[in-house]
Structures are given as C-alpha cells and as structure tokens.
Design a protein around this ligand. Structure first.
Ligand code: PMP
Length: 435
C-alpha cells in the first residue's frame, strides 16, 4: 500500500535528484516516509501531498507553524506590508514594533537584533559572549542541536554508545565531514541534566569559558524537561564565573508560551535565541538579551549583519503570528491540554498493545520513543530507543494520514482541535496494534 500512495512524489524525487543534491534543500527532509515527499498545499492543521494524500500535521514544518498552515491573518499582514516594499536596506516602523513586543514578552529581552535563522543567531550569541568575556570557548550538552554550523555540529548523534566516551570526558562525534578541526576546540561538551558535573567542569575550565548554551527543554533528542534545579544551577554557575547563560529557545520560544521557556521556568538567561515559531514559517530569528551583553553589538565591538535581515514580509509575519496567539487568552491552555490529552492517549494505546512506548514532554511538544525506561534524562538515555520500532510506528501513522517528525517529535498548534486529537489517538491505536 505504502508505495502506491507515494508514486507521484517518487517520480518528482527522481527528477529533483538530477538538480538538487539528493533531491532536497535541507538534510532532514530526506528522512520522510518512505522517502522525501512533495507537497502541494497546507491549510490549518492539514497538509496535502502531490499524490492527493491528506495528513493531520504534527510536524508543523519542524516547529514554525504554531498557528497552522496558511493562517489568513498572517497571509493578509504579509501581503499588505509587502505591497509597501520588501527590503529597504534600512529601517522600518514595524521592525521597532516587533522588537518592542518581544521586549514586553521575553523576560531577558532588553536589546535584540534580527537574523534569518536559528543557526546564525546562535553564532551571534557566541561572538557576543566571547567578546565580552575575552574567553574562547563555550560549554554545551550532548544531543542538543544548535544549528548545522561547524562548532555545534558535534555530539548530536553517535554511531554507538561506546563512541560517546565517559560522562566526564565525552568524545563529541562529528555530525558531518568537512568540519574544521579548530571547531572541536571551541567547546567543552557534557551530558545534560547533571548539574554537579557542570559545576566540577566549570570550576576547572572557567578561565577559558565564555558561555554555557542549552536548550531549556532538550527537544532535539527526546523531549526532556530540565531536572529540578538544573537551570537554576546553570544560572548560579554563570553568575559565579561571569559567563553568559545562553538559552537556545529556537523550539521552546513561543511553544511553552510567548515568554519562552525562560518565563515558563522563571530563569532569566543573559542571551537567548528565538526562531521557528515566531513567524509562521518566514525566515526570521532574534538574538535577544540583557543590555550589558547586547551592548557588545550596540557599540559595534561585535559586528552582526545580514542583507536579508528583518524584511517586510518576515516582520509582518512575526507580528501577525504574535497577534493571533495573543487574541485568545486560552490559546496556550488549550495547546497544553490537547498535547497532554494526546500524550495520555498514546500512552494508554501502547499499554493496551503491550508496546514499551515512552511518551515524554511538555504537551505543546512531546516525544515518543520505544524503550523500557520510564523516563529519559539525557542523550545517553535516548540511545535505548528501538529505532526500528519507532520507524515502523511513524511510517504506519504516515500511511494512515498522521504526519509526525521522524525522530518521534510531535508539535501541537493553536489550530488543532479536540476531534483531531481523538482522531490521532485512534490512528495510533490501530498502528500500535499492527506493529
Ligand atoms: N537551535 C535549535 C534548538 C533548533 O531546534 C534548531 C533547528 N532545529 C536550530 C537551533 C537551528 O535553527 P535553523 O534551522 O533555523 O538554523
């Protein structure tokens, strides 16, 4: 059945491969089921492919589409503001309005700069932290994804548990060929969620550490909340040694609330990165932070630039997305409630089917893995996931019209309905019974 369902996509993929390296424009798009899929359109919580298949979409395009596909208010705002121009190589009013709004919403935001995507905003944060502290390195954590550029393309995936090395001195396996050897010298890496290990390591290496960067919820390998006291501990350590605490809120930003994970957990970082969900699929990210750190950019001791930054359509998309999310004060309650309902439904369905499914996360985003563990705490724990079983589960859902990110991550949008959650649970129940 699966092959017939995807014939038109398969033909287009063959054609695409002649001119696009492996047929795609981002590595992750290859890992769809049963191969890269070509889509025609998306509306609300649904997306449609060239074979005419309809999917209930829980990928939300890897996170950005928090108000669903083609939200009319977002499209109207983009059209209206783009008619006045697209890019001025200069300033415009809505850019201030967006920055003012983000300052109001995000606890750590006193000054910001707009970029195009999460990867480059992360690099800007490193540059700021290095310039202010005069120290060369940053500390980061296994399994955390901070973009695809050299100094963070290590320790994201590993060929085996052995290749990770010891917890105290991890190996950081390279994710790509062609990484500069120097990029491995830019960071120290540790398992996540172990504050004592961070304390010991920083006590030893603080003279060379400019920053600690973390996803406040580890969303890129599992969907792992911080242990009680972990983020607080990072805050204390950074304060004690004059290091920047950087929250990479590319996923958590707007997903745990409009103030990001920092408002949700009540921990204020020095610098943070927002991208994905802030603009409904338009390319904009923000590095935001406390004035004492961001003044490195303000005074031009640190240079940040970009021809395409903060163009009219992207800024209009961000403002409209925020407006939609703010319109109904119950939006986030609903996303949390529907997410938790789906999590519970999946867990119950797995119990009935006697499958060791672990559903872990926050609600608006959560992860499904096949493991006998009842909780995963760091990247090393996630290696217990039975990937073959997960792939069969994701493929089974996909063949029945439910689209989930291949590594098991689910996103809830503001436009998913109660009935759609029930529908997803019913489909998952059928798939789990068939595995
Ligand atoms: N940080 C995190 C936490 C991410 O999840 C991602 C993207 N998945 C990035 C950074 C990189 O963002 P982008 O793909 O927009 O460059």
């Amino acid at each position: 059945m699966a092959i017939d369902r995807y014939q038109a996509s398969a033909r287009l993929l063959d054609r695409a491969k002649q001119v696009l390296a492996s047929g795609v424009s981002s590595e992750f798009r290859k890992y769809n089921h049963p191969h890269a899929i070509f889509y025609t359109h998306g509306r609300g919580s649904r997306i449609y492919d060239v074979d005419g298949n309809e999917y209930l979409d829980f990928t939300l395009s890897q996170g950005p589409l928090i108000v669903g596909h083609s939200h009319p208010s977002v499209l109207d705002a983009i059209q209206a503001y783009s008619e006045q121009g697209q890019l001025f190589a200069g300033q415009h009013l809505k850019e201030i309005e967006l920055a003012e709004k983000l300052c109001e919403l995000i606890p750590s935001a006193q000054l910001m700069r707009f970029c195009l995507d999460g990867s480059e905003a992360v690099q800007t944060a490193f540059r700021v932290a290095r310039a202010k502290t005069g120290r060369p390195k940053f500390l980061r954590f296994e399994g955390h994804y901070h973009g695809w550029l050299d100094n963070v393309a290590w320790g994201i995936s590993t060929p085996s548990a052995e290749a990770l090395g010891s917890r105290e001195h991890p190996q950081a396996y390279p994710w790509s060929g062609g990484l500069s050897a120097h990029s491995r010298e830019e960071f120290i890496i540790l398992p996540w969620n172990d504050i004592e290990l961070v304390r010991q390591t920083v006590a030893q290496h603080h003279a060379e550490l400019a920053a600690i960067i973390t996803e406040p919820v580890m969303c890129n390998n599992g969907c792992i909340p911080p242990e009680a006291g972990f983020l607080e501990g990072l805050r204390e350590i950074c304060d004690a040694y004059g290091m920047a605490l950087i929250f990479d809120e590319v996923i958590t930003g707007f997903r745990l609330g409009l103030g990001g994970a920092q408002r949700y957990f009540g921990i204020t970082p020095d610098l943070s990165i927002f991208a994905k969900a802030i603009a409904s699929g338009y390319p904009i990210s923000a590095i935001v932070g406390k004035r004492e750190w961001m003044e490195e950019i303000e005074t031009a001791r640190v240079i940040h630039a970009g021809t395409m930054n903060a163009g009219n359509p992207t800024v209009a998309a961000a403002l409209a997305t925020i407006q939609v999310l703010e319109q109904d004060p119950l939006t986030y309650d609903r996303m949390f409630r529907l997410g938790r309902k789906l999590m519970n439904g999946l867990q119950e369905a797995a119990q009935k089917a006697d499958r060791p499914l672990l559903v872990q996360g926050m609600g608006p985003m959560f992860n499904t893995a096949f493991t006998s563990l009842t909780r995963v705490r760091d990247y090393r724990d996630t290696l217990s996931n039975d990937k073959a079983l997960l792939n069969a589960f994701i493929a089974g859902l996909h063949d029945r019209g439910v689209r989930v990110i291949g590594r098991g991550l689910w996103y809830i949008s503001a436009v998913h309905t109660e009935e759609e959650i029930d529908q997803a649970i019913a489909v998952a129940t059928e798939v789990l019974a068939s595995l």
